[in-house]
Write a protein that binds this ligand. Structure first.
Ligand SMILES: Nc1nc2c(ncn2[C@@H]2O[C@H](COP(=O)(O)OP(=O)(O)O)[C@@H](O)[C@H]2O)c(=O)[nH]1
Ligand SMILES: [Mg+2]
Ligand SMILES: [Zn+2]
Length: 297
């Protein structure tokens, strides 16, 4: 472990929210010290992957995890409730950042609703891997550890309170990270993990634990490209009558026809619409403020 400072100018040039993220590789100049190994970070090496979001308040890209090979997108069967539209976004962010998303449904010890099962089957039909587990009773924990072992470095993300930290503690009991109590009033997590951290799970691999995400605004692409990143919408886009159809309410839209024919899950289409509107909103805001659009790479 080398305690480091960031050398001012080297990383200061960019306009990112955070110049370094958990998982980054850096070049370090070591300093001789009688007591401890210390150093200065002089360079950040190029990232292979990144889990990033647009931080609207700060008008900057915030990277939550770098260089992970895979993203564990964690949701729960209950407490807090299963939120597929949030998972859609998280998985989209993973893919935009170059990671394979793997869905992890925790709290399998709680009763599952039929709608949840149906939605999981829909993800499976789209080719997404998912697993069901419980940090409480140990179900599916070995399979989860195996996914991490195969990948090497993974990031784990999801809403606060779904049990990300509990899953890590269960896989490596020596970890003993603090888990959050669910607030009684809102039945959601209390944001106990406050910064992203790279953890070494003995005999399993490295996991970047991230703080609970409340909002996840898409970054890296323009809203025009969004429909091409929904793998269930993409095959229909070329069949739309209007060139450049955004698949909202244009006539002859093949995507909307596919939704009506149930060839696209209506909930997934709803995810697309909400994300699109939010992106268009943020783009309009940026252009009104006259700032160059940094939301796209
Ligand atoms: N019933 C049940 N509760 C769980 C499970 N995993 C975690 N919890 C509880 O959910 C709460 C939040 O867990 P935590 O790991 O801090 O969530 P995080 O915010 O996603 O890191 C804690 O009270 C845990 O005890 C599970 O599999 N089943
Ligand atoms: Mg946590
Ligand atoms: Zn269309």
């Amino acid at each position: 472990m080398v305690e480091c400072r960031i050398k001012g100018k080297v990383l200061g040039g960019g306009r990112a929210y955070n110049p370094l993220a958990a998982g980054d590789f850096v070049a370090v100049e070591l300093e001789a010290s009688a007591h401890a190994l210390r150093g200065s970070i002089v360079e950040r090496l190029p990232r292979q992957t990144a889990l990033s979001r647009w931080n609207r308040k700060r008008g900057a890209v915030q990277t939550l995890a770098a260089n992970a090979d895979l993203l564990l997108a964690v949701g729960s069967y209950g407490q807090p409730p299963f939120r597929p539209r949030f998972l859609d976004r998280l998985m989209l962010s993973a893919e935009l950042g170059g990671m394979e998303p793997v869905l992890v449904l925790n709290k399998a010890d709680l009763p599952a609703e039929a709608a949840t099962e149906e939605r999981l089957r829909a993800y499976e039909a789209l080719g997404y891997r998912w697993l069901s587990c419980s940090a409480k009773n140990g179900e599916g924990i070995a399979a989860l550890a195996e996914v991490i072992r195969e990948a090497g470095v993974v990031a784990i993300a999801g809403q606060s309170g779904v049990g990300k930290t509990a899953l890590l503690n269960r896989m490596d009991p020596h970890l003993q990270r603090r888990e959050g109590a669910l607030s009684r009033k809102y039945n959601r997590g209390a944001h106990t993990t406050t910064f992203a951290e790279l953890l070494d799970l003995a005999g399993i691999g490295c996991v970047i634990d991230t703080p609970g995400i409340r909002e996840l605004e898409i970054t890296g692409i323009h809203s025009r490209e969004l429909r091409l990143w929904f793998r269930d919408l993409e095959p229909f886009v070329e069949q739309c009558s209007l060139p450049g159809c955004m698949c909202v309410e244009e006539p002859g839209c093949a995507v909307r026809e596919a939704v009506a024919a149930r060839r696209i899950h209506p909930d997934r289409y709803e995810s697309y619409l909400r994300t699109l509107l939010e992106m268009q909103d943020a783009e309009a805001e940026a252009s009104a403020a006259g700032v160059p659009d940094q939301r796209t790479r």
